[in-house]
Design a protein around this ligand. Sequence first.
Ligand code: SF4
Length: 449
Amino acid sequence: MNTITIAPPPKTAGPPIQKETTAGNYFVANYPPFAFWKAEAIPDFHAALDRAPAPGVPLGLYTHIPFCRKRCHFCYFRVYTDKNAEDIKGYIDTLLKDLAFYANKAVIGGRKPRFIYFGGGTPSYLSPDQLRFLTEGMKRQLSWDEATEITFEAEPGTLTDHKLRAIREMGVTRLSLGIEHFDDHILEINGRAHRSKEVQRAYAFAREIGFPQINIDLIAGMVEETEELWKETVAKAVALQPDSLTIYQMEVPYNTGIYKQMKAEGKLVAPVADWETKRRWVNYAYSEFEKVGYTVTSTTTVVKDPAKVKFEYRQGLFNGADLLSIGVASFGHLNGVHYQNHHDFQPYVDAVNAGQLPTYRAYVVPEDEKFLREFILQLKLGSAEASAFIQKFGTDPRVQFAAPLAWIKEQGFLVEDGDTIGLTRDGLLQVDRLLQEFFKPEHRTGRYA
Ligand code: SF4
């Protein structure tokens, strides 16, 4: 990479810090933020599909299943709770047609997906027969025989022994259980469909069936969370001995039920814990897991055995892999272009059934932003190796990002160790607000917590 234009201006004051949880997106999931992806770039995305992939870039596959039993009050995903069996059958047919648009394009270049991810929504909302029909149809178009990780998100209350066996038989290697909390009152008041009894039953079935990896998700700071209930939830999570644990700090985006209620009541502050408390709770959970031998491997995860438990989907994404995404509102990245599909059900289904790619918006990522994107995403894992970036992009992040790194150091969050640019635990728990410092000025959202 020769031309770099993104050095942020030196600063010492840093961004304002918000203590309370207010409405809006807080977490950094991609770069640049989705708001900068535009319909005008769709022709560039379609042109990119007719080019061969860059040598050595792995391919991943994401499938979005947008159905849920109930809408959780904190949910900001594109989900539907009112679709009938016919709608769901039609959606599965549409997914297979969506995949067919890509299967013979130059962008695939003979690659087979290395990692596959079923997300939602609730993929486990589908019946065993629907799952078999979908996955067999997918495999006929793009073989799964080189996939080393197949992740499947599941809501505990939708799982039976029979369905879990079907999920394992599809080839799923990593089952991700959306538990969120173990207290029934907290689950209920936050609009979750399942209860703790279903969690214990589903987890026991899944263990018995022998999934190679079971991840459980928790959320720190749900409505009415208390210190005591959080500690109990962490103790129950430790007792399950999952292969990995993911903890999200509660954010309250504008399209959530919680925000709607805040708006109706004229409130600016969400009825959930402040950011400092949420970080403290996550840190408590990490410490409890560390006591029994787990390792913190990112801002949101601890794993039992890092040598054995990989998360290839995330590794691929954070290292510039291609991601072919199918389904309503799903996000992908192919040949240097980000894209998102239509974000409403009917326009998505109608476009595919009319023989059109269902692209809603796209963004051609310039070279300097590829470097920036990979660097900030890797900081979410806790550290980045400068030499790997020099080798891949010809630029040293310690030089390129001297100003934001100096600011992070001033705050006491930076750990420099030779080639490694790392974050302290405190820094890691608030990495998303620190990452804004690396953004191009025109991409900053101005929200810091
Ligand atoms: S189960 Fe997940 S995707 Fe479905 S409504 Fe709840 S948070 Fe959203």
